[in-house]
Design a protein around this ligand. Structure first.
Ligand code: ATP
Ligand code: MG
Length: 239
């Protein structure tokens, strides 16, 4: 894994601890809106980076198959071996078409430097909606600026990605993906009216506020646990 990838993973673990390592109601609501908006989109695409692939390759393939959103490989630091490893993991999980690989045509996102400018013209290039799990803030902002609807999964409700996205699922990707698959089965025959109402009743900033409130109350609870442990210790004569 690239060093930046490891650092991002560590940040994720810290935030997972802060939300109590479980899927909260706000994340559930965001996942529902995310899946509904994927079904409403004309050309939804799922962007896959190294971290996402190492954690949930088979779930990404399954979500792609149910929603009809193709997978597009997107690497922060391109290396052929890294791309091959991702492609192999996705293929082993049953992926058929994989966009964004170096043998495919590429277009660029204006105003972004580095490799991350590159997009597949058949994928993110023409997409109206992009699911970008564990994405970096610069790229999220650029995708939004070129008019894409952006859906993300990010444990940090204060990251730039969380704030710039239209829909942010504040949860661990290893819990969020199975939940999205379950919701996709539930919503795949829903009417467009029903899907539209789910999406229009969702307010991302309000949802991020709820995620932060959850962290606050979880920390208050944790502080109480420490007080209680200290009390028990002193009553039982511990020093
Ligand atoms: P930003 O660039 O959006 O301000 P950042 O620079 O802190 O955020 P990046 O490395 O650019 O972080 O993006 C990775 C994001 O993925 C982080 O916000 C991190 O909390 C989140 N993350 C890491 N692991 C997971 C995981 N397993 N599930 C969900 N989110 C995760
Ligand atoms: Mg970043």
């Amino acid at each position: 894994m690239a060093t930046a990838g490891l650092l991002a993973h560590g940040r994720g673990e810290a935030f997972d601890y802060l939300i109590g390592e479980r899927t909260r109601d706000n994340a559930r609501a965001a996942a529902r809106a995310a899946v509904a908006s994927m079904f409403l989109a004309e050309h939804p695409v799922i962007s896959v980076n190294g971290n996402a692939c190492s954690l949930v390759a088979s779930e990404l393939v399954e979500l792609s198959q149910i929603t009809g959103a193709p997978l597009e490989v997107n690497l922060f630091y391109y290396r052929k071996e890294r791309e091959d490893a991702i492609v192999n993991a996705l293929r082993e999980s049953g992926a058929d078409v994989i966009l964004g690989t170096s043998n495919r045509p590429s277009a660029t996102i204006p105003e972004l430097s580095s490799n991350r400018r590159k997009v597949d013209p058949e994928g993110i290039g023409r997409a109206d909606l992009v699911l970008v799990p564990l994405e970096d803030g610069d790229r999220t902002e650029a995708l939004r600026r070129i008019g894409k609807r952006v859906v993300t999964i990010d444990l940090n409700p204060m990251s730039r990605t969380s704030v710039y996205s239209h829909i942010t699922i504040v949860d661990n990707i290893v819990r969020a993906l199975p939940l999205m698959i379950e919701l996709a089965h539930e919503l795949k025959n829903a009417s467009r009216d029903e899907l539209t109402s789910i999406v229009s009743n969702f307010d991302n900033i309000e949802n991020l506020r709820e995620a932060i409130a959850t962290i606050k109350s979880h920390l208050t609870e944790q502080a109480r646990t420490i007080d209680e442990a200290t009390r028990v210790l002193s009553e039982t004569g511990g020093s």
